[in-house]
Design a protein around this ligand. Structure first.
Ligand code: HH2
Length: 279
């Protein structure tokens, strides 16, 4: 049976691997910081990703790259709300919001956002669990240790696959206990978040472990440092081909959603990958 998420009235059909297009409206994101700051430019980018075949747009107003400073609530809302309002009015796709703040989740939901993508797995804000439960909105739970400010000092694991799996299982149960329906929860191992190359590759080699948990599996590998480390491509914008290789590896092992900056290229690659299997 094909799983469909109701994202605030906009369906996200997970019958084939889906592409989540990243729209960072931040001055400091690691690969596209400062590019989409004005409402017009951000809206044009969102429309472009829709035309290119994205299934969902993920808007982020706070960078989570290693070392990124935390952003105050007022500033996050100031950046996000005008862009979200414009995108929701002109792009019919489901919209995800990359945030850890309950107040941002509430405000974004009222403007049409339909999925909350929280890199802290609803741990950072004490009101996040009840907010997600009350709104009835799906949420993505991502694994991370520490905060973006200090996470790269916490990259040592005994068994990274077992640890990340047990974290995600525990967060699912915590969310369910707080009243969030199990079928509203997505999971993400959190590539690059408190993980070095070895940990990232280990998680990717064992991605089936996460796919078999039963919750839709989201992966974000696009342009990340590990793509640079494996390919030698130093600049984030030069990591498109490597990012696609990693995305195909992930969907082959059961990822339902790939979070990417390069939508057109990824959509084309996935169409070929899927077409071969279907023909
Ligand atoms: N990665 C980033 C941000 N949000 N969310 C999920 N669920 N999974 C990820 O892997 C993930 C994420 C980092 O990428 P980006 O948004 O491009 O950079 P920045 O955090 O610097 O804005």
């Amino acid at each position: 049976m094909t799983l469909t998420l109701d994202c605030n009235g906009r369906p996200l059909v997970l019958g084939r691997p889906c592409v989540m297009g990243v729209l960072n409206i931040t001055p400091d994101s690691f690969s596209d910081g400062g590019t989409y700051l004005s409402v017009d430019v951000a809206l044009t980018r969102a429309k472009r990703m829709w035309e290119e075949g994205a299934d969902i747009i993920d808007i982020g107003a706070e960078s989570t790259r290693p070392g990124a400073p935390a952003v105050a609530l007022e500033e996050e809302l100031r950046r996000l709300l005008p862009v979200l309002e414009a995108v929701a009015a002109e792009v019919p796709l489901p919209i995800s919001i990359d945030t850890s703040k309950a107040a941002v989740m509430r405000a974004a939901w009222s403007l049409g956002a339909g999925l909350m993508n929280d890199v802290t797995a609803l741990r950072a804000d004490p009101l996040a669990l009840e907010t997600i439960a009350g709104l009835g909105v799906p949420a993505c739970l991502m694994h991370m240790r520490g905060t973006p400010q200090n996470m790269q000092t916490e990259t040592h694991y005994g068994d990274v696959v077992a640890e990340v799996k047990s974290f995600l299982l525990e967060r699912i149960e915590r969310c369910v206990a707080a009243g969030i329906p199990r079928q509203h929860l997505l999971i993400d191992p959190g590539f690059g978040f408190a993980k070095d190359l070895e940990a990232n590759c280990s998680l990717l080699r064992h991605l089936d472990v996460f796919a078999s948990i039963g919750a839709p599996l989201l992966v974000g590998l696009s342009r990340k440092r590990m793509i640079g480390e494996l390919s030698g491509a130093e600049r984030a914008t030069e990591r498109v081909a490597g990012s696609i290789a990693a995305a195909l590896w992930a969907v082959e092992r059961g990822a339902h959603i790939v979070r990417v900056h390069d939508v057109a290229e990824t959509v084309q690659a996935l169409r070929v990958w899927r077409g071969i299997g279907l023909s």
